[in-house]
Design a protein around this ligand. Sequence first.
Ligand code: NAD
Length: 254
Amino acid sequence: MGELRLNGKVAAITGGASGIGKEVALLFQRHGACVALLDRDLEKLNQAKEEIGGGVEVFCVDITDEADVQAAFSKIKTAFGKVDILVNCAGIFAPGTVTETDFVQWKRILAVNLDGAFLCSKYAAAAMLGAKSGGAIINIASEAGLAAIAGQTAYNVSKAAMISLSQCMAVDYALDSIRVNCVCPGRVLTPLVQHIIDTAENPAETLRELSSDRPVMRMGNPRDIAYACLHFADDSMPYATGAVLSVDGGYTAR
Ligand code: NAD
């Protein structure tokens, strides 16, 4: 590989044990970053650490638990001395219109997708402000935060709110050199989407449907999203803050 675009940087990545988060971690590590993976799944965390290689530390945390998140960022500081980059990637999905969604489910989706991103941002930004070092925060929202995809209200709302959270932080921390940007992936074949396919009544038909509802007529690849994160994480675009980047095979362009 050519240039190491994140040499000397420390990146915390939530949801880093699986799917898009793991791919982001791999790409960032290959570009010279030390990587802290935050996830609630210890077994997958350890697998990811083994797959990625050196410069990786794992933190088994539930990002909806403030004490867990606070302790994790304090341990990251001990392990690596600082945090330059946060990628809020942990997220969960469940279908349902308003009448189909029970209140517990609604609160759970918002707790992981939104509260989790809020808590991790709070402690990461505090560390960046304390060190007067600036930094980059990248939120992984979704095309579902830009367009109301039918039958998945809680998820859509959580992602729309995540876009707003990114813009709010971008405005509030602009003069502290903390850039906050948002990536809105379209459908990407990861364990999250594989689960939707596996639990469908007709998995083969569902796979066909999920692969053909957008201009490019295919699902995305975790790598596409990881590269979008790399562009926001390194120092190549210092004027980009508050940006919302669709990487969705043209889904929201129509
Ligand atoms: P994934 O299920 O493969 O990975 C998500 C990870 O988040 C898992 O390792 C899981 O253990 C972790 N996690 C969940 N709840 C957590 C919690 N409370 N605390 C800590 N960790 C927790 O999912 P993915 O497809 O890689 O999705 C990653 C992100 O991208 C999600 O925010 C998702 O909404 C978003 N996204 C995915 C797609 C897609 O099609 N895959 C599309 C748009 C957006």
